[in-house]
Write a new protein. Structure first.
Length: 474
């Protein structure tokens, strides 16, 4: 009696050695067939198992034989035609293998999408004449059928999005000859244009039309109109749970439109590339593929492989060598909230008000070391206090830095002692309607550049200028 494998053991071996089915599915897609030739299966198994150890080689060859696959149910039918045997594999097995390899995802064509839409229209028509009773088996079967078809459609479209998002690698493969044979660039460009136009017209454009809620179809409602009609029927008949579920599904389908639209824009942009642009595109895609391989090595069952082993990649390419020694570029961030712009405009208004009062700006008397007297200090501080009386302030979280920004570069002869004097004045005599709050947080302020001043920094206690309680009530 020959050795036999169960369905579980056979499936486990298929996923331990997935390259066999990957290649067979690729050949199926290339030939646009729904079966695998037995001769191709045998040749692929024999070629793959040559490098395995003897025990593993015998196990793979026996488990993936036609008799074992048919007995375990992974091959559902054997067709004899044109002098050869053709094996029809389980759809569930093929779909699971496609889920393990994004390059095997099939692009949805217009015919397949219309088939799903016609099916949903049929469910809607049956729902219009349904009893909506949980005790009616026809309604419960219709409900399950609706859930299954919507979930299947969302799954197919998500797979299609993932497949389209890998189109960059596909475009790089298609344009590889252009960078190697520049004299045939015009001929190649024509062939490339035909291939990409076919990809766009047959797969990308139909999906965009299918997921566009504004699409008008001559034969009936579009996808979202069909779903909305079913949601209204369910809500009208009191089945709010299924209506909410269907509404969330329509939102998920609507969210798939933007990533596919981005792929369409990438294809259009690629068609406008010159030969130099294609060479640069291929180089970037080549090294991106290397990084994806390094990332794939972390997606194993080993818990120790959590980080990219990118040291060899960095040394081999030279992209990242010395990058840590470079200072990170400073960025100027603009907020997106209304409060941010209100604060910005408020600051501009205050600065403009200071400029309008430029005639009133005091020229503080310069202080020299030997000529410094009490009379001069008092006169200087009085000029500063008069300026502060007319200065318009607003609530701020850092009064010291706010004063420094208003005085530095605006008042001639301004020095750090002037800042301390102004701060002391505002703390003891705050502006009308405000009060100063001293915190225990410390900040550092860079010194004013002077010829003979030491390179010290001013460390100060942070103070806030806040509206007083009386002003808030008023």
């Amino acid at each position: 009696m020959s050795k036999r494998f169960s369905t579980l053991d056979t499936t486990r071996l298929l996923f331990e050695h997935p390259r066999i089915l990957f290649r067979l599915i690729e050949r199926m897609d290339r030939l646009e067939a729904r079966y695998v030739r037995e001769a191709d299966l045998i040749a692929e198994v024999m070629e793959y198992s040559k490098t395995l150890a003897r025990a593993d080689r015998d196990r793979v060859r026996l488990a993936l034989s036609t008799d074992n696959l048919f007995r375990t149910g992974l091959v559902i039918d054997i067709i004899k035609a044109e002098g050869e045997r053709r094996l029809v594999l389980q759809d569930a097995l093929i779909n699971l293998m496609r889920a393990c390899n994004a390059s095997l995802y099939q692009e949805l064509t217009d015919a397949r999408l219309r088939g799903h839409l016609v099916t949903l229209r049929d469910v809607r028509d049956r729902l219009e004449t349904s009893s909506f009773s949980q005790s009616d088996p026809d309604f419960t079967e219709l409900r399950d059928d609706l859930n299954e078809r919507v979930s299947q459609l969302i799954g197919l479209l998500r797979q299609n999005v993932l497949r389209m998002q890998t189109i960059s690698a596909q475009l790089a493969d298609m344009s590889g000859d252009a960078s190697r044979v520049p004299e045939r660039f015009l001929e190649f460009r024509q062939n490339l244009f035909e291939q990409i136009v076919t990809l766009y017209d047959r797969h990308i454009k139909p999906t965009l039309v299918f997921l566009n809620p504004d699409t008008r179809l001559p034969d009936g409602t579009n996808l979202f109109e069909t779903l909305e009609a079913m949601v209204r029927l369910l809500e009208h008949n009191g089945d709010h749970s299924l209506a909410d579920q269907l509404f969330r599904s329509s939102i998920s389908l609507n969210a798939l439109y933007k990533p596919i639209q981005a792929v369409a824009q990438e294809v259009e942009h690629f068609l406008r590339k010159t030969r130099r642009g294609m060479v640069q595109y291929n180089a970037m895609e080549h090294f991106f593929g290397k990084l994806r391989e390094l990332k794939g090595e972390t997606e194993t069952l080993s818990m120790r492989r959590k980080w990219l082993e990118g040291s060899d990649f960095a040394r081999g390419t030279g992209f990242l060598v010395g990058l840590r020694a470079q200072a990170r570029p400073k960025h100027y961030a603009f907020g997106g909230s209304s409060s941010y712009y209100q604060l910005l405009f408020s600051e501009l208004d205050l600065r403009l008000a200071d400029l309008k009062r430029s005639a009133e700006v005091p020229v503080l008397q310069e202080l020299e070391g030997s000529s410094r007297t009490a009379r001069v200090d008092v006169q200087r501080i009085n000029q500063l206090y008069q300026w502060l009386e007319s200065l318009e302030l607003r609530p701020t979280n850092d009064l010291v830095r706010e004063l420094h920004g208003r005085l530095d570069g605006f008042i001639e002869g301004y020095r750090f002692p002037d800042l301390l004097a102004a701060l002391n004045r505002l703390v003891n005599t705050p502006p009308k309607g405000y009060h100063v709050v001293t915190t225990n947080r410390f900040r550092t302020l860079a010194p004013i550049e002077e010829a003979e001043s030491p390179p010290d920094q001013f460390v100060y206690r942070k103070r806030r200028l806040e509206p007083s309680t009386e002003a808030i009530h008023d």
